[in-house]
Design a protein around this ligand. Structure first.
Ligand SMILES: [Zn+2]
Ligand SMILES: [Zn+2]
Length: 337
């Protein structure tokens, strides 16, 4: 056994010198080899270790409180690009237009420009000072040696998702039901009854702040690893973009997961603002009677939506008295005459 341990130790020394990122996994291997086990125990090997080890050489940047904020902004802008491209260049492409949830609502430049202006304004006036304050007052993130196990990563992601989803559901419901809060805070977001990706962060600064608090504290509640926290932040941004994309594309999660809200769920919330308050899933909406089946690709109403509209008191409320940023559909124009 001594010979095999020596072989392992020599291998470790060689690989560690050539690639320091393998040190943690190899250290486990070494300790197991010393105790007579040539293979690492299942609870020692971490599948995400190679990803986490990419931090070497970038520790100062990653530990900065600015890192999650900067990466969130980058992911947000990059996530908007493909849908913006489809909105502006795909107007004549029937293959993509047939996936639009509200095909009669064309995304035009003025409302997008308005959304960009508010998003930029929010970032300069609120996100930037909060970021500076974080650099001054928040300690650097502690970067542990080991990556989370796949089990820790998975359940922390799921738990954070469920907590955030419930927190925002409650926040959202209250900000629709309490008229003062709707009028002074959430009505900003509802200036768009046909969302495009740029509406995702077309928010009152207080709503943006609330969402920021919910997303950062949800993984914290479970003592999540920094890698899990960062991935959860980006995941929540990507899902929010999906919510507002305006397309019922194949392979999006709502197509195969019955409890996923997604674009058709949230698009209906912008059409009928007293329904579908849940941001990511739909179980609380179903449980508390605020669920409305979503309109599908090409504006097709599924049977469930037709049935829902036959209910004695369907919720058709459209609160346009606080201003509408996007052009109304032909049906709305006729209705408002
Ligand atoms: Zn929205
Ligand atoms: Zn709302």
């Amino acid at each position: 056994m001594a010979d095999s341990s020596n072989v392992v130790m020599e291998t470790v020394a060689t690989i560690s010198t050539s690639n320091p990122s393998n040190v943690d996994n190899l250290t486990n291997l070494l300790s197991n080899a010393s105790s007579g086990k040539l293979m690492p125990a299942a609870d020692d090997y971490r599948l995400l270790q190679p990803v986490w080890d990419l931090r070497f050489g970038h520790e100062a940047m990653l530990a900065s409180p600015l890192f999650p904020i900067a990466i969130s902004l980058i992911v947000y802008v990059v996530g908007l690009v493909p849908f913006t491209f489809l909105d502006f260049y795909g107007k004549d492409w029937t293959w993509i237009q047939r996936y639009k949830i509200q095909p009669d609502r064309v995304v035009s430049w003025p409302p997008v420009r308005k959304a960009i202006a508010l998003t930029a304004w929010n970032h300069v006036l609120y996100i930037l000072p909060v970021s500076v304050a974080q650099v001054v007052w928040t300690p650097d993130t502690v970067l542990p040696d080991l990556a989370p196990t796949v089990w820790e990563f998975s359940w922390h992601m799921l738990a954070a998702l469920l907590v955030f989803d419930f927190e925002y559901y409650a926040w959202h419901l209250i900000h629709h039901r309490v008229r003062w809060l709707y009028r002074n805070v959430h009505a900003v977001h509802h200036q768009y009854s046909s969302p495009s990706v740029w509406v995702t962060e077309y928010l009152h600064p207080y709503e943006l702040f609330s969402i920021g608090v919910f997303t950062t504290t949800s993984p914290m509640l479970f003592g999540a690893h920094p890698l899990t926290t960062w991935i959860f932040l980006q995941f929540s941004i990507v899902i929010s973009i999906d919510d507002h994309c305006g397309y019922d594309l194949p392979l999006l999660p709502h197509r195969w997961c019955p409890f996923w809200g997604g674009s058709i769920h949230h698009d209906m919330h912008h059409q009928r603002p007293l329904t579908n308050f849940q941001p990511f899933l739909n179980h609380w909406d179903r449980l508390f009677g605020t669920y409305c089946p979503g309109q599908r690709a090409g504006g097709v109403k599924p049977k469930a939506l037709t049935e829902w509209e036959k209910k004695p008191d369907p919720i058709f409320v459209m609160e346009y008295d606080f201003g509408q940023a996007d052009a109304p559909s032909a049906a709305e124009t006729t209705k408002n005459k």
